[in-house]
Ligand binder design. Structure first.
Ligand code: GDG
Length: 586
């Protein structure tokens, strides 16, 4: 039957016209981006009319190119309204966007400081979607209805949070065990041996089934867009696909993907890959992780890999494997209530540090992948080589407690305390302590103040999917001062090229980078910081979310063409060929 007899001509023309708009917008975006420094990431072509953003940008004294790239919650809303109208959106993550805890004054609401939440919230709000997450707060059960639902945000309810309850045994096996003792070290290759227990795997499967059940219960249509977040849910995409075959499932893996040799040690490697290939789109932060994933599939599953189109055909279905570098929300100017000099004065006073001292900072969860011990070893080397700096540099390390019930994390905590004591003993004098270790959680405003006070920020991850701290430091430095020392093994190093890029496994090399940072002239700091800030501001978190939605829109459109019988190969890339040109140059 010819397609015209199935679809009215009007629909046919609407699809063709909207396809033309997408291509033209994509081309415009490519031209703009080729005039700028090519960023190390895929480019999403705005489908929107850029004119209002351009005019707004010009008003604010920015170049049209800059303005064109300002992704915002409003742009996400427009993409949804124009390209994915009436789409039902379901987000699945382990951590919930709002947590209820019993506090001293009754039930308290907590909003976890998380880039993921700030990126996904505007979309979920706009679609009046549903967010499914583990209800882990001590007062979570008391604040939901009998279906586990609560409307959030509490002050302006816009979407449904559906809490999934886990038993202690499930939480231990699925979250602490398989996800954090198995997949986390496996994917990070940080030389902490992964632990695989059959009982944990059982729990992981059971919890993934439980979340699949919740997705099916919550879905009101046959074709929702489901955004699955992270390594807690490798099996979920397949489980959803079996029950909702027409759903667009976008899975984002926030941590690295190892090479196939390393991945091969996982006893359930085929099941993990099979689960993930239930996704329509699978996202990693950087191309290397995409390549590693494709290589693992090629090695362990009977599949067809189209490297050029970045797609895998497996079991009669296609999964696109793309990189979407996550980022942060660019801070509003009014968030910076104090100057960098004020921030510095306050921080030095708070920690009792002498006024002339240089300040290095590190901010992370206390996790062995972050290279905290390694930066202390580098500091040791630095003092050894440049003894005139003893007494003139303090390293302030925030190490927020994380997964503290696991032996590897307890051991790391102890090792950190021991090494800090040893270094402070070696170089400390007259009340001077070279390292101040703060193993506790801090407020977002404290962190921002610390970033603004610092002379250098050290991110020395042994391996990291992206690393948001590096971007937060850059975003905090509107004074264009301060130096970022960044591990080559953090995904952020692909974008933040003006940082001092280091190998955290080389303490003397990293020590020399500290020296270079501390002696860098202010105009060089400013030049580097300006470039870094440009990159982070343009490639903000809304771009991360928007790029995935754009690809989902293209996929939906392709499905419509396929239904019309006019589609090209089903595994053809969602992005126009021009986009691939930019990817290769990046
Ligand atoms: C995973 C991937 C990827 C830290 N201490 C405190 C605190 N933080 C905040 C930081 C930052 C966030 O936590 C940590 O984000 P990272 O990206 O650095 O690292 P992971 O937690 O390992 O995140 C990573 C990320 O997912 C996103 O995809 O970039 O590669 O491993 O925002 O500022 N926040 C508060 N108090 C603290 O003490 N409030």
């Amino acid at each position: 039957m010819p397609p015209d007899s199935l679809f009215p001509a009007a629909l046919h023309w609407t699809i063709l016209a909207s396809s033309l708009i997408i291509s033209l917008a994509a081309l415009a975006c490519v031209v703009v981006l080729l005039r700028r420094r090519a960023p190390a990431q895929p480019l999403a072509a705005p489908l929107l009319d850029p004119a209002p953003a351009l005019r707004e940008g010009e008003k604010n004294g920015r170049s049209p190119d800059e303005a064109f790239m300002q992704w915002s919650p409003e742009m996400l809303r427009q993409i949804l309204a124009n390209e994915l109208p009436d789409t039902e959106l379901i987000v699945v993550s382990n951590r919930e966007p709002y947590v209820h805890e019993h506090g001293e004054d009754g039930i308290e609401l907590k909003v976890p400081a998380s880039g993921l939440v700030s990126a996904l919230e505007p979309i979920t709000r706009t679609c009046a979607g549903t967010w499914i997450a583990h209800g882990g707060g001590s007062a979570d059960r008391e604040t939901v209805d009998r279906n586990g639902h609560i409307m959030v945000p509490p002050d302006a309810p816009a979407y449904t949070l559906r809490r999934v309850w886990l038993s202690e045994e499930e939480y231990k096996g699925y979250y602490l065990g398989f996800a954090n003792e198995g997949l986390w070290p496996l994917c990070h290759i940080a030389f902490t041996r992964p632990i695989f227990r059959a009982a944990d795997w059982e729990c992981y499967q059971a919890v993934n089934r439980k979340f699949a059940e919740a997705v099916v219960e919550e879905a009101k249509t046959k074709r929702p867009i489901v955004l699955v977040q992270d390594y807690h849910f490798a099996l979920l995409p397949r489980l959803i696909r079996e029950r909702l075959p027409e759903a667009i499932i976008i899975t984002f893996w926030h941590i690295p993907w190892p090479n196939s040799e390393v991945f091969s040690v996982c006893p359930w490697r085929e099941q993990i890959l099979d689960g993930m290939l239930g996704s329509s789109i699978l996202g990693f932060h950087i191309q290397l992780h995409c390549n590693n994933f494709v290589e693992s599939v090629d090695r362990f599953l009977e599949s067809r890999v189209d490297r050029e189109g970045a797609a895998i055909s497996y079991g009669g279905q296609t999964t696109l494997v793309h990189s979407y570098p996550i980022s942060i929300e660019w801070p509003e100017a009014e968030e910076r209530v104090q100057t960098a000099a004020e921030a510095r004065r306050k921080v030095l006073e708070r920690y009792g540090l002498p006024p002339g001292v240089k300040l290095a900072v590190g901010v992370e969860r206390l996790d062995y992948t972050k290279g905290i011990l390694d930066r202390f070893h580098a500091l040791d080397e630095f003092f050894h080589q440049h003894s005139d700096w003893i007494g003139r540099l303090v390293f302030l390390q925030i190490a927020a407690p994380s997964r503290g019930t696991l032996p590897a994390y307890q051991a790391l905590h102890q090792e950190c305390l021991d090494l800090v004591a040893e270094i402070n003993e070696r170089y400390g004098r007259d009340g001077y302590q070279p390292i101040v270790l703060l193993p506790e959680h801090h407020d977002h405003t404290d962190l921002s103040e610390l970033f603004r006070a610092a002379d250098l920020c050290v991110v020395s991850s042994l391996h990291d999917g992206m690393n948001l701290v590096a971007k937060e430091f850059v975003a905090a430095r509107d004074d264009e001062a301060g130096v970022l020392v960044l591990s080559a093994f953090a995904g952020a190093s692909r974008e933040l090229l003006e940082a001092l890029i280091v190998n955290p496994f080389d303490p003397s090399g990293m020590g020399e980078a500290f020296f270079q940072a501390l002696t860098m002239p202010p105009d060089e700091q400013a030049m580097r910081m300006r470039r870094l800030r440009e990159v982070v501001r343009s490639n903000n978190v809304y771009r991360w979310a928007g790029s995935m939605l754009m690809d989902a829109a293209r996929l939906r459109q392709r499905e419509q063409f396929r239904d019309l019988g006019t589609s090209s190969a089903p595994w053809a890339a969602t992005r126009p060929p021009e986009d691939n040109v930019v990817r290769l140059r990046a």
